[in-house]
Structure formats: C-alpha cells, structure tokens
Design a protein around this ligand. Sequence first.
Ligand SMILES: [Mg+2]
Length: 114
Amino acid sequence: MKILIADDSLFMRNVLKDVFSKENYELIEAENGKETLEKYNVAKPDLVLLDIIMPEVDGIEVLKKIGATAKVIVISAVGQEKMVEKAKKLGALDYITKPFDNEKVLEAVRKALG
Ligand SMILES: [Mg+2]
C-alpha cells in the first residue's frame, strides 16, 4: 500500500513517517498542494494524508480536484466545524486535528485502506 503524506512542514512529515515506521506502507511526500496533485497523478497512492494550510495550492483545493475519487484523510491544525464539514463534503474520509494521537492516525489509515 502506498501513502502520500502531504504537509508543508518537514517536522510534521517526519512525525507521520515515524507513526508508520512499523507498518509496511510505501511512503511518498509532498510539501505543498501543487506537488500533492502532481505526485498523486504519477504515483497513484492508495491513500493521501492531507494538510489543509499549505502554500501554492491548499488542501481544500486539492480535495476539490481529487476528493471525489481519491481516499483522503485530512490531518490539520484547523479544527473548526465549518472546515471539517467542508472537507468531508469534498470527499475526505476522515478529519484528524493536530496534535494527534498516533494510534488514532493508524486506526483511521487502516480503516480507510481496509
Ligand atoms: Mg500546513
């Protein structure tokens, strides 16, 4: 299984990579929304972990493009109900707020891929 980790923060990408260190996933990274769309189209990941606030193209714009077909879990510091609703309406399977519990992320990923 291939997972695309899309977050503009290198620290956060590394935290997420650590979460999956004992799992057998192939991990790809993108540091903005534009790169996320490019890598999604080329690598065809099974799941996208998507940040909302990113430069160039933000997570909402990414969801508008791929949310209907891709499996996407949003992982964002933005916890407002309006944003959660918007993301889910655009196709996000789940919405996890930062800071997150590692187990919660693993559970959501397993559920999305299972
Ligand atoms: Mg961000």
